[in-house]
Design a binder for this molecule. Structure first.
Ligand code: ATP
Ligand code: MG
Length: 405
């Protein structure tokens, strides 16, 4: 009976001037995510978008739609001609079907955006309700707190009847905001930051600093596994990972700089490399998992001293969250169990006993003069390795596989 899915967009309805650009992106993303179902058809009606099922089971489509940023909600609906008798009959059939697996009180809710239809919403609801009460025994109404709402949506393009609403991710269509470089560590936080960035419309490219032999291939594998959890949320179902060889830089810092400034300087180097890669690869900002007050490098003083090496916007979606809130999202997106695998990150090797919690920019700069970091940064950037991760794991493409560290 239910023949289509009605998609409702969320925040993009606020974007008046470039609304079309957003809705086009949205439609493109939906079609791409559902490309394995060639029988589906798509129908575009102003701010509504319909997926015509053509007998495809909606249960296969629902989990995919729930991962597409920009969808506020969707309903599996039944099309009906705009004829009151037909609407009553179909409403009755749908409600019986719903009651078969979900008992409870009901309410009929009509919305009439087609003002040419000759009755008002309330009148239509009453007419349908009285038909339902005649034809379904023991039916109970509750206008304030109904268990089941039978929605009748009378629009120019037809009448749509449904009892279900599924909530989507919200946010903005992926890629509609531009590209950012995500600094991903393998810990709990940065992958969650990546997810929140994607949900807010950012196209992400991921940068991971690896310090072999102090960090193992398993740490890189962990980052790959984490990013693979994010690919289904992206516009092209893929994310490029850039692995930066970081050992020499880290070694030089620890050989030359004051112990308590090592973390600050290491992070300044990470930001410098991210800034450089972002500019080379047309990204507009840097996204990371920093959380204010969590560790020494995340005091406001540290964030200021570290962030001063770049003038790109640094986006920190987790900055004010509690760890428990971050973990909750990590569990929702199924990254938590991967993140807690016990492999060393480059931040955890060479950790000084007493890192500076209020590092000063001038001191960091004077320590950095003790070695030629620019040459080391050039060398690291020239030897990055790219891995394209896709939702279908078999399609990994190694762009320059000779440059392994
Ligand atoms: P996470 O759980 O993401 O590791 P964290 O709370 O452990 O974060 P830090 O280790 O101080 O905090 O790192 C802060 C941020 O710096 C991370 O969220 C991440 O964005 C970035 N970062 C840390 N280590 C790396 C790395 N090896 N490669 C890329 N980015 C990193
Ligand atoms: Mg970490």
């Amino acid at each position: 009976m239910s023949d289509r899915i009605l998609i409702r967009y969320g925040e993009l309805s606020l974007k008046k001037s470039n609304r079309k650009q957003f809705t086009d992106k949205m439609k493109f993303t939906i079609k791409r995510a559902l490309k394995d179902y060639p029988n589906l058809e798509y129908l575009d009606c102003s701010m509504r978008f319909y997926i015509i099922l053509n007998d495809v089971n909606p249960d296969l489509i629902i989990p995919i739609l729930k991962k597409i940023p920009g969808i506020y909600s969707f309903s599996i609906v039944s099309y009906c001609e705009k004829d009151l008798d037909k609407i009553k009959e179909l409403s009755c059939k749908l409600l019986k079907e719903e009651l078969a697996h979900n008992e409870g009180t009901i309410k009929v809710n009509t919305s009439r955006s087609d003002k040419d239809f000759p009755m008002e919403s309330l009148e239509i609801s009453k007419a349908i309700a009285s038909y339902l009460f005649k034809n379904i025994p023991n039916l109970k109404a509750d206008v304030h707190n109904p268990k089941i709402v039978l929605n009748v949506d009378l629009r120019v393009e037809g009448c749509f009847i449904y009892t279900n609403i599924h909530y989507g991710l919200g946010g903005l269509p992926n890629g509609s905001i531009g590209k950012v470089e995500l600094l991903i560590s393998g810990g709990i936080d940065s992958v969650v930051a990546g997810y929140l960035g994607i949900r807010k419309g950012m196209e992400i490219e991921a940068i991971h600093y690896a310090s072999p032999p102090y960090t193992s291939d398993m740490a890189v594998q962990k980052v790959i596994d984490l990013l693979e959890k994010l690919t289904p949320y992206t516009e092209y179902q893929s994310i490029t990972l850039i692995i930066v060889p970081f050992t020499k830089i880290q070694q030089a810092i620890y050989d030359n700089c004051r112990d308590d400034y090592c973390i600050t300087i290491m992070r300044r180097m990470m930001y410098r490399i991210a800034d450089r890669l972002a500019r080379e690869r047309n990204a507009l900002g840097i996204l990371n998992g920093e959380n204010i007050g969590q560790v020494a490098s995340q005091t406001l003083e540290s964030i200021q001293t570290i962030g001063s090496v770049t003038d790109l916007p640094v986006i920190r979606p987790l900055s004010t969250m509690d760890k428990s809130e971050i973990i909750e999202i990590a569990k929702q997106i199924d990254t938590y169990d991967i993140s807690i695998r016990p492999y060393e990150d480059c931040c955890t090797v060479f950790v000084p006993k007493h890192p500076q919690i209020k590092p000063r920019k001038e001191m960091a700069e004077s320590q950095e003069k003790k070695f030629d970091y620019q040459t080391l940064i050039d060398e690291a950037v020239n030897n990055v390795r790219y891995i394209k991760l896709t939702t279908n794991k078999h399609h990994d493409i190694f762009l320059n596989d000779d440059n392994i560290f």
